[in-house]
Design a protein around this ligand. Structure first.
Ligand code: ZN
Length: 143
């Protein structure tokens, strides 16, 4: 098998996203697009990471009704008012649990200078314990 060696790069950029409510959805696809453009990388992968334990990242449709439904799902299946032990500390167990289950990162292919995604796949930050100032790290690895 032939070994192919490419000279590749990494690029990382940190963004700040402020939320204004306890539960909130913020579309951040434009931040990923901005980082990709700035990176100059044409082919590789783009990784979005949220260094927080009480928020999450999802990729799906950013339409107002379904956006409210994502949060409705969280409130239904991880109700904030349930008898969580962690609530004795800072009253946000639901946010920790939902963040752990949903996840803190998303990865996309980058092909020919574009982030590959479906028509209804938008990168979104799910605020589960706001309002807060959140950091979002976009890292791109490629050529
Ligand atoms: Zn906590």
């Amino acid at each position: 098998m032939e070994v192919i060696r490419l000279s590749c790069n990494t690029f990382a950029k940190e963004f700040r996203v402020s939320t204004s409510r306890r539960f909130e959805i913020v579309s951040i696809m434009h931040l990923a697009e901005e980082a990709l453009k700035e990176s100059g990388i044409k082919n590789g992968i783009l990784h979005a990471f949220l260094p927080h334990a009480t928020a999450a990242l999802i990729t799906n449709e950013y339409e107002p009704r379904v956006a409210r439904d994502y949060l409705k799902w969280v409130r239904t299946y991880v109700p904030p008012e349930a008898d969580w032990e962690h609530n004795m500390i800072d009253n946000n167990a639901h946010a920790h649990i939902a963040s752990a289950l949903i996840g803190s990162s998303r990865t996309y292919p980058v092909i020919n200078g574009r982030i590959v995604r479906g028509a209804w796949q938008e990168l979104m930050l799910l605020e589960l314990d706001g309002p807060r100032n959140r950091r979002v790290i976009i890292q791109i690895i490629g050529c």
